[in-house]
Design a protein around this ligand. Structure first.
Ligand SMILES: NC(=O)c1ccc[n+]([C@@H]2O[C@H](COP(=O)([O-])OP(=O)(O)OC[C@H]3O[C@@H](n4cnc5c(N)ncnc54)[C@H](O)[C@@H]3O)[C@@H](O)[C@H]2O)c1
Ligand SMILES: C[C@@H](O)[C@H](N)C(=O)O
Length: 351
């Protein structure tokens, strides 16, 4: 404990790190919950993660942040603050004023929007990450940064893709995520930063919308199926990609953050649940909605990206080291998503 206090009270920035500097994660007892900051929290994943972490650590111990204006429901459900990850001083002020101990770094531009705006993606995904790493190291934070199936490329083994193999992605998103994995691991080995990283598959959620990725079709199909009974898919029918229901993704994040450090033989893990093609997802949906019509209008950018990504993800290390286990396969995913949208439609009719 005295060591922790001493390290935290040193006022330096890793921007002026001395060659023998060493950082240590802040330890806390079971009764002393972590104080969590989530960046980029208004995207597809952040609000759900905040809800899960607040149930576990208390509402006021989890702060959501973003550069966008939160909807009323989010603003009133717990602490929310403005935070631009490109503003280092602002980040530092938030961490200091709120005595943050865990940082979940969700801000990013995803694969398709990244290709549409490479300069912004480079700035948010790479310069922003540098700010986050320095803040986390300077203040002894436990840092979670998600990576992605997009961190692999056409020369990686695709079926299955192991944790350790060639990573030569061809998107700015993928390049920035490989950079994040390597920088986080470097800070861990060099400075003792408690860096934890999961490579997420495409995430599927009902109550939040994806932010411009290649796997977005697998969410949009549910919205369109319920609304119009028709869906135009922008990937070819046989494009196989790893996918996961959001509840599994958020639970994995919580579990790896809580895992004792000595169970982590690596700092970056693949996690997986299922793999399917648009055709297989359609067939599963049609078991309950036989009238659903799916047509294909291929987006060459997204298709090119998908064709370079893993088809199946090998997550055996996560299962072995810290007990990762998914709950949702394709049938449960489809049932859960349809239940959500049907209930929403029923409530809309009642009101
Ligand atoms: N959703 C998925 O399928 C998926 C899969 C693999 C990995 N991931 C990773 O998980 C994380 C969260 O994903 P998501 O789907 O919620 O992303 P998203 O695109 O839905 O949300 C990203 C958020 O980052 C915010 N942001 C952009 N610029 C910012 C800045 N300068 N400062 C602060 N915030 C900024 C945006 O406003 C947005 O709310 C990302 O890092 C993503 O790469 C997501
Ligand atoms: C896979 C993931 O990183 C994101 N959903 C994307 O497609 O870009």
């Amino acid at each position: 404990q005295p060591l922790t206090v001493a390290v935290r009270s040193i006022s330096f920035s890793p921007r002026q790190v001395t060659s023998d500097a060493s950082f240590h994660s802040v330890s806390f007892s079971e009764t002393d919950h972590p104080k969590v900051l989530i960046t980029g929290g208004l995207g597809q994943l952040g609000v759900g993660l905040a809800k899960l972490l607040r149930m576990r650590y208390g509402k006021n111990n989890v702060i959501l942040s973003d550069i966008r204006k939160p909807p009323n429901s989010v603003f009133h459900s717990g602490p929310f603050i403005y935070s631009d990850i490109l503003d280092y001083k602002n980040l530092r002020e938030i961490v200091v004023n709120n005595r943050i101990t865990w940082l979940v770094h969700y801000s990013a531009l995803l694969s398709a929007v990244g290709e549409a705006n490479v300069a912004l993606a480079r700035s948010v995904n790479i310069t922003g990450l540098h700010n986050i790493l320095d803040i986390a190291a300077e203040h002894g934070l436990r840092l979670f940064v998600p990576s992605t199936i997009g961190a692999f490329g056409p020369t990686s083994p695709r079926n299955p893709t192991p944790d350790l193999c060639v990573q030569r992605p061809r998107t700015i998103y993928g390049v920035s995520k490989v950079h994040a994995e390597l920088m986080g691991e470097y800070y861990h080995h060099r400075y003792g930063l408690d860096f934890r990283c999961l490579r997420y598959p495409g995430i599927i959620s009902a109550d939040s919308t994806p932010g411009g990725g290649t796997t977005d079709y697998a969410v949009q199909i549910f919205h369109d199926a319920i609304k119009t009974g028709k869906f135009e898919c922008n990937l070819k029918p046989d494009t196989r990609l790893p996918m996961m229901y959001i509840d599994d993704c958020l639970r994995a994040t919580l579990e790896v953050m809580e895992a004792p450090a000595d169970t982590l033989s690596m700092r970056t893990y693949n996690i997986n649940a299922m793999s399917f093609t648009p055709e297989e997802l359609t067939q599963e949906l049609q078991k309950q909605m036989p009238e659903l019509e799916v047509s294909y209008e291929i987006d060459p950018v997204r298709q090119g990206i998908a064709d370079s990504w893993p088809m199946n993800f090998d997550d055996s290390n996560a299962r072995k080291d810290w007990g990762w286990k998914h709950d949702y396969d394709l049938p449960e995913l489809v049932q859960t998503m349809l239940n959500y949208f049907r209930e929403e439609t029923r409530m809309a009719r009642v009101n």
